[in-house]
Design a protein around this ligand. Sequence first.
Ligand code: PHB
Length: 395
Amino acid sequence: MNAFTTTGLPRALCVTGLLSMLSLGAPIALAQDAPVRIGLMLPSTGTYAALGAAITNGFKQYVDEQGGMLAGRKVEYFAVDDESDPAKATEKATRLIKRERVDLLVGTVHSGVALAMARVAQNTKTLMIVPNAGADELTGPLCAPTLFRTSFSNWQPAYAMGKVAAERGHKTVVTLTWKYAAGQQAIDGFKEAFEQAGGKVAKEMTLPFPNVEFQPFLTEIAALKPDAVFVFFAGGGAAKFVKDYAAAGLNKSIPLYAPGFLTDGTLEAMGEAGEGLLTTLHYADGLDNDKDVAFRRTYAQTYKLKPDVYAVQGYDAAQLYHAGLSAAGGDVRKQDVIIKAMENATVDSPRGRFTLSKAHNPVQNIYLREARGVDNKVIATPIEALADPARGCNM
Ligand code: PHB
């Protein structure tokens, strides 16, 4: 058990204090008055470090907008760097749940890490919100009443890009990604729509996560001469890939497509190499709904950073939990009430309002965006209200 309380006082001291309050007839501090304990298990090092920071910023922005409280309760954060390392995930999630006794587990970016977290959360019946990781299983075979996602499934934006690539007249595509759940599921989603529409994925290439030695693959793409290339990369690795693609001269001859993680939060680092890239995602610059305008203004003022999809997903994780906790009058023990309210919530997201599917994944528009300067400008909405098929979810 944690030797220290949320106030930082040794536990023994607190028991003594409580007993003396009782004898003096002072009001007893109820569990209800203690802060809500939020575990933020996100990457703060490695290729996904900036993504973890944006999610944290977004989550805290929403809480700060509620005066630092959720459903009338103060919030205490317990942050852990998951290092995007699945091998360390079970131990780190267990520590947050067992030692820090978090009421809500928020995480993470990397699909492999999130899958391990979800198993620990499920075994301990801990409420968990995924603010990024797209692993299809989380809202598929591993779906659970206590597991929610405010981001996307890997299938969603990739499937939309398969449709767009086919509509743009491409017939053969070569794919490249890191070899782990997110990349492989993105390729599968793209291929499903692209091949349904008559296209052909001629070759699927992978490299281990988070390697950035792209040269041999670029040489092979140049030799294969497909109509287009589809990739899944994100964070630091995405910026490096796009720069290498341009340096090899491939951007002049073979169009490059990807889910929008390729260009969200990375355009500045890409410079000229990113200009004009077309990507699909559930967020974009220039959506210009009232919520988005206010969200972006506050985010830029508070963090001196441009908001991106990760910040939005973190903000919405806090919003979703707030909807649940409010219905329970701030009582974290009323898990059934919290879950029901979260299931029925309409989240007023900067991406546009969304609801959750039966499997607890956002049903959302997928936008086609074009990189212009440091913006991913929305140019079309290829699929409205897209729900993940939730294959294997029995809920
Ligand atoms: C994932 O591992 O699911 C993942 C990571 C980074 C992204 C998107 C998905 O930008």
